[in-house]
Design a protein around this ligand. Structure first.
Ligand SMILES: NC(=O)c1ccc[n+]([C@@H]2O[C@H](COP(=O)([O-])OP(=O)(O)OC[C@H]3O[C@@H](n4cnc5c(N)ncnc54)[C@H](OP(=O)(O)O)[C@@H]3O)[C@@H](O)[C@H]2O)c1
Length: 321
């Protein structure tokens, strides 16, 4: 399948490119500030996706069979700092990609977020009404509406959640942020009363690409791991997996301990039905997700000293050279 992947340099996008190549697709990877470098990727370009005319030309020239949109302004702070950019990337871009996909007959998969919910109820089904607490969630919720408006049969939104995986920069993944603290000698306070349902990056990428391959699946779907966990439980499991002592590295905290917490959803657990029953890609338990994690870059020496274990790192194209 001829496939365009946007945000190909990002945390999720790079893994989506890898999954698409692994599954035999012909990928054009679109980076923003720099082109994605991924093993076996032959076509990788950069462009400003806010340039709607350029996006239109690209879609007409490339005539893709599928588009997976991983480009976004994907942080709460980033959206608050640059609201116009948030609107352009999280609302206007998905609208235009869905419209153009509809015109060229391509499947359009758009990544969205559990942050469209307020976290009061938890166990959100895919028909639950969004109630975002901040601009990031509001723009992502608006982007979903636009995608579905312009191509119900051709378009699918995947709402996903905390990403568990290895980033090129070594500081984006759930375990990477913990390691950064620990290697700096900090004990990490983690909430026992804030619930998320982390997903493995590679598993999410497989689910997104499989969704392109399945013409009969469209609409809004949820994709995450199998277990809702508190942030504290995640931290303990990560430490134990790597042979580290959670009691030394993690401190249990409650949301009420932080007076200026701001608008943070409490429980963003998701129901994976109906997608989990339809995809061949299985949703993963947290233990399986941990098996894919590597010691983050820059923390190897600390880790070797803390555990006595030797870290062996294979060099990766696009990251190390
Ligand atoms: N990270 C999470 O934990 C998480 C959780 C739930 C949902 N999601 C969703 O997953 C999606 C991807 O998130 P992510 O964490 O992978 O984000 P990310 O790492 O920030 O990647 C977003 C990418 O968008 C590209 N981009 C930004 N502005 C652009 C522009 N003007 N033109 C072209 N490209 C541009 C950036 O490219 P350059 O870097 O090359 O500039 C960046 O690589 C988002 O829709 C997000 O809402 C993420």
């Amino acid at each position: 399948m001829r496939m365009i992947v946007t945000g190909a340099n990002g945390f999720a996008g790079r893994e989506v490119v890898l999954a698409a190549l692994r599954r035999g697709h012909d990928v054009l990877a679109i980076g923003g500030s720099k082109a994605a470098v991924v093993p076996d990727l032959r076509r990788s370009i950069t462009m400003d996706l806010r340039d709607i005319a350029a996006v239109q030309s690209l879609m007409l020239e490339e005539f893709p069979q599928a588009v997976i949109n991983c480009a976004a302004l994907a942080t709460i702070d980033g959206c608050d700092r640059e609201p116009e950019k948030a609107e352009a990337l999280n609302v206007d871009l998905p609208r235009r990609l869905a419209q153009l996909s509809f015109h060229v007959g391509a499947k359009c998969i758009h990544l969205s977020t559990d942050m469209v919910f307020d976290g009061e109820a938890g166990r959100y089904g895919n028909t639950a009404a969004p109630a975002p607490l901040h601009l990031y969630g509001r723009t992502k919720a608006a982007g979903e509406v636009e995608v579905l408006k312009y191509g119900r049969e051709h378009a699918a939104v995947i709402r996903t959640t905390l990403l568990n995986g290895n980033s090129g920069t070594g500081d984006r993944g759930l375990h990477e942020r913990l390691f950064k603290d620990w290697a700096a000698g900090k004990q990490t306070p983690l909430f026992t009363d804030e619930i998320r349902q982390p997903v493995s990056l590679s598993n999410l990428a497989d689910a997104a690409v499989e969704l392109c391959e399945r013409p009969n699946l469209s609409g809004v779907y949820h994709w995450a791991g199998l277990e809702p966990l508190s942030r504290f439980e995640m931290g303990v499991k990560v430490a134990e997996h790597f042979g580290l002592d959670p009691e030394k590295l993690i401190r249990a905290a409650q949301r009420s301990d932080v007076p200026q917490l701001g608008p943070r959803p409490r429980d963003l657990s998701l129901q994976l039905h109906p997608l989990a029953g339809k995809l061949r890609t299985p949703a993963q338990p947290f233990a399986d997700q941990l098996n894919e994690l590597r010691i983050p870059r820059g923390t190897e020496t600390w880790y070797e000293q803390a555990t006595g274990r030797k870290v062996v790192r294979l060099l990766e194209k696009g990251i190390d050279f």
